[in-house]
Every structure is written in structure tokens, then in C-alpha cells.
Design a protein around this ligand. Structure first.
Ligand SMILES: [Zn+2]
Length: 511
């Protein structure tokens, strides 16, 4: 079996992964927060981890994979005494926090489905599943803010897990950490004592002093806290949090869990106390993942994951990270409104390595759309209705799997696909091999080819009106008048035609 190589933040090197159990890999992906719409930056990470999961299965390993929804305890600015993000929206909209979380989970899974992102267990996301997952969610059955876990199937639903379903497990881990002497209680909270874990700053590479500096500006602190970098495991429902909506009884009184403990609880419950891969954004290295490692050490005496793998951010042309506070955030809705398919966006993300920041631009997305269209067109040219599989072209498959196994090198993988589709090999062998490659890339190639062929319109058959609009659009584009060309694109779409720009020029298909 081919070895998987990944960049391990712990060692800062690309290393070969030797699974703990033979031929099986266990992976935890820190998942979405559910208090705002996911944006293109989030989707980039989700596509990367989807491709990683598909690669692991493609290489022949069994994969146990968990991805969580953070529906309680995630504070603004990662501060101990910030405001809970889900609760804050619940208050602003006068809604139940679980309804807030559910509405975003529904939206996120819907967008994942459009982007051809699979469930963590490798199955396809369906609309029916999304409805079931929402219907079975945790509930405040007594109306007192003590949320009961949802239906038991929901706790690990195709690999999705949510924090509110696992408060019991979190309390259990905090108890273990306390019993082993790694935590202490004050009037306000239970804290992890970072000075007890000698390896605390290995992941971030910061010194403990730097870490203490970083938290110095926090507005509110607990005077009983021993070290500035100590972090909350359990927050009591007192002081600032006396009215916290979601709360549970615990050995340290009524309260709610700190943010980081959910991942340690869910990973150890469904994967093990030690597993192979833990992923997340580079913005999680300094606080969230550093703290997760500490918790795992406190509870079990060792790190949780052997490989800590981090995706770089989506940035704008100036190199600024896409964030809600800046105006440089794009949502899938905006992208679709401009005439792009979610799969164009998926393709676009695959053109860059996850270890590098990616600068989002409309021109870049245009280029990705044209490249994806050229692949589909090449395949459509050789596709026949009665195609039912040819032989695998081993040389291409080998080059492809080498690329993805080598630290998820999707740019090279795409290059192999481009080379394949224009090769002079037997058409059905090309199609068969493209299908194989697509198991990992997830571009839904054969379906796209079928759609393309069934919707393709011969330009000569178009009405004079459509012909005229296409001519005007071509002229506008030649004059670099993109506003006008977009306007004409929209007009065509209202009368039922989607314009596709290919290397050979524009073409249309029926919507
Ligand atoms: Zn996490």
C-alpha cells in the first residue's frame, strides 16, 4: 500500500505516515462553527480535508473520520471571558441557540453537497439526511436550558458530531484531567494548568512567556487564575455568565464547557486516546490545538494525534485573510450568482497546495471555470452513450496517486488529468481512467459530461435574439467591458441559457 505523506506541524516537515493500526487511518477534522454562514475561506479547508479523506480511502486504507460542529462554548476572539458566538446570535435574533446552530448546520451541509464534499464516513450527503440530522438534534426538553442529547443515532451521524450532544463525555474528560492534577478550580471556572505540561508550546513554537503576553490584553480576567495562559475547561454559570442560556450540571456546579474540551472528548470517544491525523486551519495552531494537546496529555498521558496538519488561509489580493470583519469575504451564493458552478470553486481550490495561502480573485475563478470546462469538453468529445468502462491506464493512475499521496499535491494531480484527457489513448480507457482519478478529485466528471452533452446547443440553432446577445457579449469582452458582459450573461440566463467560456470561445447551454 502506498504511503501517505503529509506536512506535520509538530515537526514542520513532510513525513510519511505510519498508521497506528495497520491499513487503517483515524482522522479528526476540527469542523465548522455554526453561528454564521460559511465563506469561501472555510470551504477551501473543507475541500482540502474532503480530498485528503478521499485520498486515504483511494490508497486502500480504512478510514475512521470525525468532523464536529461547535454549537456551544466557542468564544469571540478565543478569549476565556469572551461571548459565546452561538448564544450571541440567539440573543440578537431572540431564538433558541440550537435553532441557530441547526439553521447553519443545514446551510453548511447543503453547500457541502453542492461542492461534492462527502460525509466523513465517505457516503454522499443527501437532502433527506440533512433533514433527519436536524430533526434529531439536541433539545431543551424542560425549557430550563439543560439541553438533552438528540437521538442516539445523531451522536455520530455519518461521522458528524456536535458539541451539545457530548457534554457528558466532556465532563468525564475534565474529571480525569482534574484527578491527574492538571487542572484547578476557582470561583469562576476550572482551568488547565499549562505549567504542568512541559510540551505545551511545541506545536506553536512560541515560548510560554510569549503565550502569556498574547493573552495579556484580554479585557476580563479571573484573579484566581494561576498563569495567564491557563485556559478554561469548564465555565461556571456565575458572574458574567449567570444568564448563559445553555448549561449543565457538573461536579464543579452548573455551567458549560470550554471550547477546546469538545474536540478532545469527541476524538477520544470515536477514534481513540491516540489517533493518526488531526486537522484544522493554521489559525488553530497557537490556541485551540495547543490546548487540545494539553488536555489529551492531562487526561491520557500523551498527545492525541501523531500528525497535526494545517491548511493555510484564503487571502485577498493584498494578502489579507478573508474574514467577516473585513469586506473581503465571499459566500457560495455570491459565487453562484456570478454564474459559477460550485464545482468551478472546488476546481479552483484544487489548483493550489493547502500548505500555501491562496489569493482569491474573480479572474482566478474565471480561469478555473475555463479549465474545468476544457476537461469536460475534451471528455464530451470522446464520450459515447453506451460507454460502460474501458481499461485503466496504469501510467496515468500511478502518476496521479503519487501526486495526491505526496502531501495532497492537487495541482500536479490536475495536470495529470489534463494530460490524460487530450492524450491519444483509446477513448473508453481515457474515460475509465478519468473516472478513477475523479474518485479523489470529486469533480463529478462523468455527470458533468452527460449534462454538458444533453444541454449542449448548436450555435447555429439559436434564435436571432440569443445570437445577437452572444455577439454583443463577445464584443463587450473584447473591449474588456466586463460589467456589460456580465449584464448580458444575466440576461441570457433569464431567458434560459448559460454562457460557458471555453478556450475556443463562448458557447451556451440550456438551463
Ligand atoms: Zn477542535
Amino acid at each position: 500500500m502506498k504511503k501517505l505523506k503529509l506536512k506535520n506541524t509538530l515537526t514542520r516537515k513532510v513525513e510519511s505516515l505510519d498508521p497506528i493500526e495497520e491499513e487503517k487511518i483515524k482522522m479528526y477534522n476540527c469542523g465548522p462553527t455554526v453561528y454564521w454562514n460559511v465563506h469561501a475561506g472555510n470551504l477551501r479547508a473543507d475541500v482540502v480535508w474532503d480530498v485528503l479523506a478521499r485520498t486515504i480511502r483511494y490508497l486502500g486504507y480504512d478510514l475512521d473520520r470525525i468532523m464536529n460542529f461547535t454549537d456551544v462554548g466557542h468564544m469571540f476572539h478565543d478569549e476565556d471571558f469572551g461571548e459565546d458566538k452561538v448564544e450571541s446570535r440567539a440573543r440578537a435574533e431572540d431564538k433558541d441557540p440550537i435553532d441557530i446552530a441547526n439553521s447553519y448546520i443545514e446551510q453548511i451541509l447543503g453547500e457541502f453537497k453542492k461542492m461534492n464534499i462527502l460525509n466523513p464516513d465517505g457516503t454522499e450527503i443527501t437532502a433527506e439526511q440533512i433533514n433527519t440530522y436536524i430533526a434529531q438534534s439536541p433539545k431543551d426538553t424542560n425549557g430550563d436550558g439543560v439541553y438533552k442529547p438528540g437521538n442516539s443515532d445523531n451522536k455520530n451521524f455519518h461521522g458528524w458530531t456536535r458539541a451539545v450532544d457530548h457534554v457528558e463525555e466532556m465532563i468525564e474528560i475534565v474529571r480525569k484531567i482534574m484527578n491527574k492534577g492538571f487542572a484547578y478550580e476557582t470561583g469562576q471556572a476550572v482551568y488547565f494548568d499549562v505549567t504542568k505540561y512541559p510540551d505545551y508550546t511545541t506545536l506553536s513554537g512560541q515560548s510560554l512567556n510569549e503565550k502569556a503576553e498574547a493573552v495579556r490584553d484580554e479585557v476580563q480576567v479571573d484573579s484566581q487564575k494561576k498563569h495567564p495562559a491557563d485556559f478554561v475547561l469548564w465555565m461556571k454559570r456565575t458572574g458574567k455568565y449567570a444568564d448563559h442560556i445553555m448549561h449543565w450540571n457538573s461536579p464543579w456546579g452548573d455551567g458549560f464547557p470550554g471550547w477546546h474540551i469538545e474536540c478532545t472528548a469527541m476524538a477520544s470517544t470515536y477514534l481513540d486516546e491516540r489517533f493518526d491525523i488531526h486537522t484544522g486551519g493554521v489559525d488553530h495552531i497557537g490556541v485551540h490545538h495547543t490546548n487540545e494537546r494539553a488536555q489529551n496529555f492531562g487526561a491520557f498521558g500523551h498527545d492525541g494525534a501523531n500528525f497535526w496538519v494545517h491548511n493555510e488561509m484564503l487571502v485577498d489580493k493584498e494578502g489579507e485573510k478573508a474574514s467577516k470583519s473585513k469586506k473581503n469575504v465571499y459566500f457560495l451564493e455570491d459565487i453562484e450568482a456570478k454564474g459559477f458552478s460550485p464545482l468551478d470553486l472546488r476546481y479552483y481550490f484544487l489548483t493550489a497546495s493547502y500548505t500555501k495561502p491562496m489569493a482569491f480573485s474573480w479572474e482566478g475563478l474565471d480561469g478555473a471555470k475555463a479549465s474545468r470546462a476544457s476537461i469536460i469538453k475534451s471528455l464530451a468529445d470522446i464520450y459515447v452513450e453506451d460507454y460502460d468502462g474501458g481499461d485503466m491506464l496504469e501510467a496515468y493512475v500511478e502518476e496521479f496517486s503519487d501526486a495526491v499521496a505526496d502531501n495532497i499535491n492537487t495541482p500536479t494531480a490536475l495536470a495529470v488529468l489534463h494530460k490524460l484527457v487530450v492524450s491519444s489513448e483509446d477513448p473508453s480507457d481515457i474515460l475509465r481512467t478519468a473516472e478513477e482519478i475523479d474518485r479523489v478529485l470529486g469533480l463529478d466528471l462523468i455527470k458533468s459530461v452527460k449534462d454538458y452533452k444533453s444541454n449542449q446547443v448548436e450555435i447555429d440553432d439559436l434564435s436571432d435574439e440569443v445570437q445577437g446577445l452572444l455577439n454583443d457579449r463577445l464584443q463587450a469582452r473584447n473591449e474588456k467591458n466586463f460589467d456589460k458582459s456580465d449584464e448580458i450573461r444575466d440576461k441570457l440566463s433569464t431567458i434560459g441559457y448559460e454562457v460557458i467560456d471555453t478556450e475556443e470561445g463562448q458557447t451556451v447551454k440550456k438551463l
